[in-house]
Write a protein that binds this ligand. Sequence first.
Ligand SMILES: [Zn+2]
Length: 259
Amino acid sequence: MHQPRNRVSRRLTPSPLREWLGHNARLTLFLLLAAAGMIAIYLYFNPDPGDATPIIEAVQGEGPLTAILPGNETEAQATPVAGQPTHRIGLIAGHKDNDSGAVCEDGLTEAEINYDIAQRVAVSLASHGVASDILSEFDSRLPSYQADALISIHADSCDEINDLATGFKIAATTMNDSSVLEQCILQQYYLTTGLAYHANTITPHMTDYHAFREINPAMPALIIEVGFMNLDRAILTAQADIPAEGLVQGIMCYVEKLP
Ligand SMILES: [Zn+2]
């Protein structure tokens, strides 16, 4: 009788681990489920960092949330929207508010020709969605002036020099590479007005133009003599929309090449 009982009791006696698991099966299962649940909750509330990018951009003013964030009204207005100009051109109306520039015998002044063309350019640019500032010759805004480009509009002497005193000249600043602006204005002004280009009569007075030393030196800039006030008088006065359009076409050529 002793032997069988012994054998049975030995067979039924569990190992210490099995004994612990047997006594704690429910606790073990509970701990495993609790751990899995906490991991699931952690992952749910901590998405991939990439998912947060749109929210960060919106808060920084790049997205639509900006408009509804209190206190961000200024940033919302500064954000470009369709229809608002994204480019700006400075236009110096040569001699404006300083002197008359060249003068014809009948009193026609270079300053009035320059200002008339500058105004026509500004109106036309606005219709193309490009903003502009019309500046005086020594405008208080010129020091460190910043736009996409500066163009100073002048006209040549009204004196009867010779038959070659017709056409236009361009001198770009030497403070930076303004060749894209220069080529655009030169080509489009030539094509639109039909005036000759006087490359060989550009003076140091043009290349060392005072405004080039005042504005932001990194900004493309040039000075143009739009024509001679004697032989080119008709196109500079009665047909002033033509030289203005030549400048606008040149500016649009340049603006379209901007990044
Ligand atoms: Zn001038």
